[in-house]
Design a protein around this ligand. Structure first.
Ligand code: JHZ
Length: 401
């Protein structure tokens, strides 16, 4: 197919089969569950990694079930991110900050008192309502030229636009960049945080592939995208959040005065390790991990052990459905998000229960589908007095804690 960043031809890397959208949780296990292909491709020119087939954004996000969880790891990440941006002079107490894909506004709540003004924009009506109820001014819309113009008219021009984990969520990121070009002040900064494809590949995290993730950014593909809109990178920050994320700081090219050496350093590392061979290895590893997990689960069930999953995550659904696991093997999934509880995971039909219910009647093993919160979740379970349940961690290799 064709690269949606630079239009060069793309080659298939991995086909995970037909899968329902990861956050399409079911009210009843008998509900109709349409499935769509999940095929990953690599661009031969700009190294962009993308989903071959994209679903419509309206279908995916208008009524959305992903609510940013309350997590000490996330709070530490907000502190780290804000601290870095401030120390580098990209943000200060005078800044007007717009966050794209602001969800329930947790990041904006964290920085609200440190800056002059904050505004969120998010397309999910149910989620925006939660943000507004929490006191975060939020425009309910997709980010585009039209909504950017409307924000400019109503709220003015921001000094910084932050987009955390949403540049992958649109089949055409040029739409997002056109919105940025329209809205951001001339010398303003654009901060884009996303799962970093080099981490995804190195840690074998094939479960990061699902319909909401239409792009898997590298420094090279992000540079190609930005350049098409007159922007260039001025800094890069790496974080452990969400299994390994990258934070790109960009500016209009004509306003760039200084480029931090992190950009050249991380690019050199990427050029060394992110090649065709790495993607071949990644694809092979997906099948290895599937086999190991299937064997482990069979052995545990043969030994009459009980297994639940922990975290009704989007990525968990890729993992379970690629493994072919259903409620016949794993009856329950524990998750802290109220609006997910009582629903069923798509295709596997595993029922979601609260942490309280999961912890009052714990299984022998939890398959940790929210492995990115590993330490936090294991501590929580141990602090509840449960020293019995073990945890199966799927990545970077299958192991038990
Ligand atoms: P979490 C989401 O992916 C969706 P998911 C999205 N597409 C994206 O890009 C990434 O985030 C960044 C629960 N939990 O964040 C809450 C507990 O039960 O890994 C969540 O449902 N107890 C926007 O869905 C889930 O786990 C806890 O103590 O793969 C975590 O979901 C904690 C900390 C979380 O993302």
């Amino acid at each position: 197919m064709t690269c949606r960043i630079c239009n060069a031809p793309s080659e298939e890397i991995l086909d995970l089969g037909l899968t329902p959208p990861a956050n399409s949780l079911l009210d009843h296990p008998t509900d109709v569950q349409p499935s769509f292909p999940l095929v990953l491709e690599l661009c031969t020119a700009c190294h962009n990694v993308q989903l071959r087939d994209c679903m419509s954004e309206t279908e995916l996000y208008r009524n959305y079930l992903y609510v940013t969880p309350k997590s000490s790891m996330l709070t530490s990440h907000y502190k780290y991110l804000y601290g870095y941006l401030e120390a580098s002079g990209y943000i200060n107490s005078e800044s007007f900050v717009v966050e794209v894909g602001s969800n329930i506004g947790l990041f904006l709540s964290y920085i609200k008192l440190k800056v002059a003004r904050v505004l969120g924009i998010d397309p999910a009506e149910n989620i925006c309502k939660m943000a507004i109820d929490a006191g975060i001014d939020t425009v309910c819309d997709f980010f585009s030229t039209a909504s950017a113009l409307e924000i400019k008219r109503q709220y003015g021009v921001p000094d910084i636009i932050i987009a955390r984990h949403c540049f992958a969520h649109n089949s055409d990121p040029h739409v997002l960049m056109r919105g940025v070009t329209e809205l951001l002040s001339n010398s303003g900064y654009l901060v884009i945080e996303n799962a970093y494809v080099l981490n995804t590949i190195e840690n074998n995290e094939f479960d990061q592939i699902y319909h909401e993730h239409m792009f898997y950014y590298s420094i090279r593909s992000m540079t190609a995208l930005l350049q098409g809109h007159g922007f260039g990178l001025v800094d890069i920050l790496i974080s452990l959040i969400h299994g390994g994320s990258i934070i790109f700081v960009a500016k209009r090219i004509e306003h760039i005065e200084k480029i931090n050496r992190s950009v050249a350093q991380y690019l050199a590392r990427e050029q060394l390790f992110l090649d065709r061979q790495a993607f071949k290895h990644f694809a092979a590893k997906a099948y290895d991990i599937r086999q190991q997990l299937q064997d482990l689960l069979k052995q545990l069930l043969d030994d009459d052990k009980t297994v639940y999953t922990y975290g009704a995550t989007a990525k968990g659904n890729t993992l379970l459905n690629f493994m072919g696991i259903t409620c016949n093997e794993i009856p329950l999934c524990v998750d802290s998000t109220e609006i997910k509880q009582g629903k069923y995971l798509p295709k596997s039909n595993i029922k979601i229960i609260s942490e309280k219910d999961g912890l009052s009647n714990p299984p022998d093993y939890f398959l940790l589908t929210a492995w990115n919160y590993k330490d936090e979740i294991i501590n929580k379970v141990r602090e509840s007095g449960n020293y019995h349940s073990k945890f199966i961690i799927p990545f970077p290799f299958v192991h038990i804690v």
